[in-house]
Design a protein. Structure first.
Lengths: 600, 306
């Protein structure tokens, strides 16, 4: 004990020394931050001048140089500090985003994960993209009725919509190789898509009606004609798909081999595109750096550099956002978003979206091959607990297969097709009618370690338990989940987070999910011959008045058959620093870097 | 080597389980408290109706009340799903204690038998037993657990028994088997030439008879000392494996998986989600290791002091 007391002074000395070191470090940091703030304001001034004074590039350069030099003289004294200002200017023009996983690969034909799709959309150039809509309060929705050409400058449909004339944009080049973008690149891209299918761009071109390269006619160096296209309302929306990026055929062919004639192995790890941003470097597992495409002559994105930093732990992504080390943190949980919203310098965008929080039921296996039981489950769900509890009010109750936030929901007046609300008594009646008066057991498959999946499953388990239903939860890996869904091997229900149709159109929703013959993701095994008929009849109808009644009938039939539990339409949420602005929500939910700026 | 008389053995047992002359220690009180919680765990909701403590269904989330700090309604706060942490740490006591106990008894029992047999037979039997032990012990515990889950994960071999729990028990048994084998073998090795063993052989008693009737009883003190220690270790293993997502499936309450739920919340200041289940692990291990220390003292050579 005596010895211990003797050590107290030296312990205090050590603690004091450590504290001094900590304070010293902290002080240095504060100084740096202050400088950054000053410089940020300089940059803002320069940007304002750019917009106000003129639109020509020459004058912009003059103004930028003058303003920057003036302010540097005022604020900064030494040469060393001048260099810091230059660095800080590029800092302001750098957008840092914390992402959860590494980008899988870079071949547009193979992308599947949302994050990979996000990158592919920004680093490759699709034929068209949506125009941004009007300001909706600090952000905008993409206008899904209006397109602007990207690698095609203009397009014309024949009267029967079966022939499309595409005119390529002139004077485009692939920045990494310097090769010009030609009609040959377009033909190679389509040919490669068809050859490397059936998924990805082959599936997209197939739905446009292109299944053979012979359907593409090369008229001249900047004109292509697509013959025998399939008329539908989603031809142009499909052309904005992230898989449709034009590729540098010369570079890919130079890196192809006999065994790999389409350069698939090479393109997974390398880059041959010309999106608004180009891949500058990629350190697998840690960081991908994108640079603004210097060869694009149209509207210039504000950010010169976009850094994607892989931060697997969500809490760390949030901490980086709070400290200002990143500008945007993706994939935060509901609770983390609430924490972010209460943090200084951070804002959370929560935008009504079509993201479907839906629980899949296996319609081909007991017990949910019984339509009465499926309806009982639809009445058993406490929708309010999901929407306002689990999703913290960042959602609205769903009302069927077409999202309430889809423009078609109002256009087709689909509100009266919806049947279900939380009604345990009605659920019990239907359970008894279905032959399960005393409840039953089933299993729900979810993805492991996904907070939303666990939250939805746990809440539903408790809600169903009130009706005597014993639901067990089986977490599986993402790959196992896909196997179960495509193979329809899951026992009762499956939930894998939000399900978002990349195109907002009822035809897209139905042929994707509900066509019993050809649906790409018929994960419920649902079959309805009448809905198949309606789809066949309306597939080529390109006017909304002509589709309204058939789709109303299809939606009504679908809701009545309750093949899945449509719980909620979740908002698109994004946590970012307060100065980030210019966000545009696209229907595919893939963050579009080109419109972002620091004018938030 | 000391052999223990039946009288002394009874005294050791009595002192270990009931109390030494010096009185009730904190550790022992803690142990009995945890044991009490393990017993009442499943009926905690019913008990909550009789006495005014705020307990809830451990599996019923309150989606409108997630991550709320400790309060009069929720003594230990709630987790991300709005589950009451106080109820869940109590219910989890039985899960962790039971799995630890079964795992240790399984692995320890087999280890004791193998250790005694190995000591009696010596030769190639002993050599093979030791090589097996070395192989098993060369794996880090978590790696061994991961390998077991990977190997047994796809197999549907446990019938109605929860698959994750069954694999956890096997993992604990595998970790404990070599510990007990080595301990028992080292204690009994000198006894193979003892007179009472020779006498038993002359009397015509078979090998298993000698091992069972004369060898195992002589190692009982050491087994008794090892048992609480390995149970504490087993609780740590269960929590560790659950923390990395193996074993008890959420939302079933288990301390390790509860710590995992809260691990990412600590940086946001939501300390209670992890701290309370963590504290229960610490208390359990602390109370059990205390028992072990006391047992060692009591059964050691000449160890009669409390």
């Amino acid at each position: 004990m005596k010895m211990l007391w003797k050590r107290v002074p030296s312990a205090i000395a050590v603690v004091a020394a450590l504290a001094m070191i900590a304070v010293a470090c902290g002080g240095t940091e504060t100084v740096t931050v202050t400088e950054e703030v000053v410089v940020t304001s300089i940059v803002t001034e320069v940007v304002t001048e750019e917009v106000v004074v003129t639109e020509t590039e020459t004058v912009i350069e003059e103004v930028v140089v003058t303003e920057t030099e003036t302010v540097i003289e005022e604020v900064v004294v030494t040469e060393t500090e001048t260099v810091e200002v230059m660095v800080d200017d590029s800092e302001a023009r750098t957008l840092r985003i914390a992402i959860a996983d590494d980008v899988e690969q870079l071949d547009p034909a193979l992308g599947s994960a949302q994050l990979t799709n996000l990158v592919l959309k920004n680093v490759y150039m699709q034929p068209v993209q949506y125009r941004p809509g009007p300001d909706a309060g600090g952000f905008s929705y993409a206008d899904t009725t209006s397109f602007e050409g990207q690698w095609i400058e203009s397009w014309d449909f024949s009267d029967d919509f079966q022939t499309i004339t595409l005119r390529l944009r002139q004077n485009l080049t692939f920045p990494t190789s310097g090769n010009p973008v030609t009609a040959d690149d377009a033909i190679y891209t389509i040919n490669r898509a068809l050859a490397t299918g059936p998924a990805g761009p082959a599936w997209v071109w197939g739905n446009i009606g292109v299944t053979s390269i012979d359907q593409i006619e090369r008229v001249d160096d900047r004109t292509l004609i697509v013959h025998n296209a399939r008329p539908s309302t989603i031809v142009l929306p499909l052309m904005r798909d992230q898989t449709m990026g034009i590729m540098d055929s010369v570079t890919i062919q130079a890196n192809s081999t006999e065994d790999d004639p389409w350069g698939r192995d090479w393109l997974k790890q390398n880059y041959a595109g010309n999106g608004r941003y180009v891949v500058d470097s990629w350190e697998r597992g840690s960081r991908m750096v994108l640079k603004r495409n210097p060869t694009w002559t149209g509207f210039q994105p504000y950010f010169e550099t976009v850094e994607l930093l892989t931060v697997p732990e969500a809490a760390n992504r949030l901490a980086l956002l709070q400290s200002g080390d990143v500008d945007i943190a993706l994939d935060l949980s509901v609770q983390q978003l609430a924490t972010a919203a209460g943090s200084d310098g951070v804002k959370v965008l929560s935008v009504p979206d079509r993201n479907g929080i839906n629980v899949l039921m296996n319609n081909q296996a007991p017990p949910f091959d019984n339509v009465t039981l499926r309806k009982a489950m639809s009445y058993a769900v406490d929708y309010n607990a999901i929407v306002n509890g689990v999703l913290d009010g960042q959602a609205v109750p769903s009302q069927g297969p077409i999202s309430v936030n889809s423009r078609f929901f109002d256009l087709y007046n689909l509100e009266d097709a919806w049947l279900y609300e939380h009604d345990p008594d009605r659920a019990r009646e239907l359970m008894a009618e279905a032959g399960y008066p005393d409840g039953f057991e089933f299993e729900m498959v979810i993805r492991q370690n996904v907070p939303l999946d666990e939250a939805v499953a746990t809440n539903l388990k408790a809600q169903f338990a009130d009706l005597g239903i014993d639901m067990s939860i089986r977490p599986v890996t993402g790959a196992e989940m896909f196997d179960e869904l495509f193979g329809l091997t899951y026992g009762g229900m499956a939930f894998r987070g939000g399900l978002l149709d990349y195109v907002d159109d009822p035809y897209y929703q139905f042929f994707l999910w509900w066509d019993s013959q050809d649906a790409a993701i018929n994960w419920t095994g649902f079959v309805d011959a009448r809905i198949d008929e309606i789809l066949d009849e309306t597939a080529s109808v390109v006017s909304d008045p002509g589709r309204r009644e058939p789709y109303r009938e299809a939606v009504t039939r679908l809701v009545d058959a309750a093949p899945m539990l449509w719980l909620a339409n979740a908002n698109y949420t994004l946590a970012m620093r307060e100065d980030i602005g210019g966000f545009t929500l696209h229907p595919d939910g893939l963050l579009w870097f080109a419109t972002l700026n620091r004018a938030g | 080597m000391t052999t223990i008389s039946p009288q002394r053995e009874r005294r050791v047992l009595a002192r270990t389980l009931v109390g030494p002359t010096a009185g009730i220690t904190i550790r022992r009180s803690l142990f009995f408290f945890m044991l009490f919680l393990a017993v009442i765990g499943p009926w905690i909701e019913t008990i909550g109706q009789w006495i005014p403590i705020p307990v809830y269904d451990p599996l019923r989330p309150d989606p409108f009340n997630p991550v709320s700090p400790p309060s009069a309604e929720h003594w230990f706060g709630t987790d991300t799903l709005g589950l009451d942490i106080f109820t869940r740490v109590i219910v989890a006591t039985r899960v962790d204690f039971t799995l630890a106990l079964i795992g240790v008894m399984l692995g320890g029992g087999l280890g004791c038998l193998a250790g005694a047999w190995s000591a009696y037979r010596r030769g190639w039997v002993d050599m093979i037993a030791l090589r097996i032990v070395e192989v098993v012990q060369s794996f880090p515990v978590l790696l061994l657990g991961l390998a077991l889950f990977a190997a047994l994960g796809p197999l549907d071999i446990f019938g109605p028994v929860d698959h994750g729990m069954a694999v956890l028990v096997i993992a604990i048994a595998m970790v404990n088997f070599p510990l007990y084998l080595r301990q028992v073998r080292s204690v009994l090795l000198p006894l193979t030439e003892a007179e009472f063993v020779q006498a038993a052989k002359c009397a015509g008693l078979g090998a298993w008879g000698i091992v069972w009737n004369h060898f195992i009883p002589n190692a009982r003190g050491q087994i008794l000392a090892l048992f609480p220690l390995t149970c504490a270790y087993a609780i740590q293993i269960i929590a560790g494996l659950s923390f990395i997502g193996l074993g008890i499936e959420p939302p079933n309450p288990e301390w390790g998986s509860m710590i995992k739920t809260g691990a990412t919340l600590i940086v946001q200041g939501h300390w209670w989600v992890s701290v309370f289940p963590g504290a229960f692990i610490v208390l359990s291990v602390y109370s059990l290791t205390g028992f072990s220390a006391r047992s060692e003292t009591l059964v050691g050579p000449g160890g009669t002091s409390a």
